[in-house]
Design a protein around this ligand. Structure first.
Ligand code: PGA
Length: 249
């Protein structure tokens, strides 16, 4: 496969600064000889601490969200300018917890995507269906809508900085993983959507990660599928014992 595997750890709302530092140091040591592309996304509060540790290593620094505006009266929000200042390289947007718990819609996510791209960030755009949507046969419709609306106004040149993460919502944090075959079907479909929007070459190049209960014992089977190019890992990203084997699958 010409695409490089990309394994990302989303630490969500876990870890104090000292805990984050310990994990980042261990990962920096253990992934030094890793063959894939890597990222960790700590909480905002630990970004500065982790930035100092991963700087100059093969681990990128990610944030889990950003505001849709550059600055202003937005209590509790964090701006792309502030993230850039900390050395953040990548921003995860449209995570299912942002969509479903914090009610971010496609229009808001799209605004954030465009702002992040404008400031030179790589964006991991998360898409994925709810269980009831899967049961109603709407997987493709949901993933297509989230992809098309999330990328509205994104140019072909900017697409080079987009990674898509397919994360079926029912598989996140539940221990239920999509079968490699089910995941592959959605990845292949999503790549087709990208092809329709941006052409065959862009579709061939774009990295599509899978997320949702990725563990050391299922990572290799998922990654073996033609259209699965990496993983966005939550729970298993919180300890080196589980993240390193995934990262080195
Ligand atoms: P999980 O989370 O690995 O704990 O299922 C994945 C994610 O939310 O990105």
């Amino acid at each position: 496969m010409s695409r490089q595997y990309y394994i990302a750890g989303n630490w969500k709302m876990h870890k104090t600064r000292s805990e984050a530092a310990e994990l980042a140091k261990t990962l920096a040591g253990q992934l030094k000889d890793g063959q894939h592309k890597y990222l960790v996304a700590p909480s905002f509060t630990s970004l500065e601490t982790v930035a100092a540790i991963v700087k100059g290593t093969n681990i990128r620094l990610g944030a889990q969200n950003c505001a849709a505006e550059e600055q202003g009266a937005h209590t509790g929000e964090v701006s792309v300018l502030q993230l850039k200042d900390l050395g953040v390289q990548t921003i995860i947007l449209g995570h299912s917890e942002r969509r479903h718990v914090y009610k971010e819609d496609d229009a808001l996510i799209n605004k954030k995507v465009k702002l992040a791209l404008k400031h030179g960030f790589e964006v991991i755009l998360c898409i994925g269906e709810l269980l009831e949507e899967r049961e109603a046969g709407k997987v493709e419709a949901v993933c297509e809508t989230q992809t098309v609306k999330g990328l509205e106004g994104v140019s072909a040149a900017e697409l080079a900085n987009i990674v898509i993460a397919y994360e079926p919502v029912w598989a996140i944090g539940t221990g239920k993983t999509a079968t490699p075959e089910d995941a592959e079907a959605v990845h292949a479909f999503t790549r087709k959507v990208i092809g329709r929007l941006y052409g065959a070459e862009a579709a061939e190049k774009i990295i599509i990660q899978y997320g949702g209960s990725v563990k050391p014992d299922n990572a290799a089977q998922l990654m073996a599928k033609e259209n699965i190019d990496g993983a966005l890992v939550g729970g298993a990203a919180l300890t080196p014992d589980t993240f390193v084997p995934i990262a080195k699958f």
